[in-house]
Design a protein around this ligand. Structure first.
Ligand code: HEC
Ligand code: HEC
Length: 187
């Protein structure tokens, strides 16, 4: 008698817990699924010093290997590291890369790259252009953005590798407008 009364309560408690778990994991995968399985502290600090630490999933392993081999001349900068740190970061990037990691978005991005290509830029990939095809060329050149590589200008969660569409805000730029105003005023 007592057991029968308790049973529904137990079932209810279990289903609430299960729903909670489902919600949590659903939210996490929506968070961009560009969040790597693990976060390497050296990668985060060294590769996040000049720009956001780009999601490892957005380039294939072969790209990261080549990029890590050329840090002394990295897009015009010297980003070289001691050999031990470089090896640790390189292995991490390869493990979480688009073709070796667990990110579905990464797999998609990697599959869109020809096997013979090892692009050095995420922003040069077909995946990136497709994902950003509604952004007009002039928008990329706005003073507050400067370059498509400046993810954090528009993706407010970029530092936490959250690139979900819910946290996108394209900065406005009134410099062209102000310049026009100034020249109008001078006339
Ligand atoms: C000394 C500064 C500096 C450091 C440190 C640095 N980078 Fe960069 N990185 C740059 C600059 C400058 C660019 C070009 C940005 C642009 O085009 O606007 C760049 C671009 C990139 C790009 C291409 C972005 C695109 O267009 O898709 C990748 C990938 C990249 N860096 C990865 C790394 C990794 C991995 C590390 C750590 C091992 C690292 N960077 C450390 C300065 C740095
Ligand atoms: C000029 C602003 C801007 C910059 C800079 C930018 N993005 Fe985006 N990004 C957007 C917009 C707008 C979307 C489309 C959001 C939507 O679907 O509503 C988008 C979409 C995305 C998505 C898909 C999000 C989703 O939930 O479907 C990813 C991932 C992404 N960007 C990554 C990057 C990365 C990585 C960089 C830097 C290398 C970058 N973006 C630079 C504006 C920008």
């Amino acid at each position: 008698m007592k057991l029968r009364r308790i049973a529904p309560i137990v079932v209810l408690a279990l289903s609430v817990t299960a729903t909670g778990v489902l919600l949590a994991s659903g939210e996490n995968s929506e968070r961009g699924n560009l969040v790597p399985r693990t976060v390497n502290a050296k990668w985060k600090s060294e590769c996040g010093a000049c720009h956001v630490a780009y999601p490892p999933a957005l380039l294939p392993a072969r790209s990261w290997e080549e990029l890590m081999a050329g840090l002394a001349n990295h897009f015009g900068e010297d980003a070289s590291l001691d050999a031990t740190t470089a090896r640790e970061i390189g292995e991490y990037l390869v493990r979480e890369s688009g073709d070796r990691g667990a990110s579905r978005t990464g797999r998609k991005a990697a599959n869109a790259i020809a096997p013979a290509d090892a692009p050095m830029r995420i922003t040069g990939t077909r995946w990136f252009r497709h994902e950003h095809d509604e952004i007009a060329p002039a928008v990329w050149r706005r003073a507050a953005i400067g370059s498509p590589a400046n993810c954090a200008a528009c993706h407010k969660g970029a530092a936490e590798l959250d690139f979900s569409e819910h946290r996108v805000a394209i900065p406005r730029d009134n410099s062209a407008f102000s310049a026009g105003q100034a020249s109008l005023g001078a006339r």
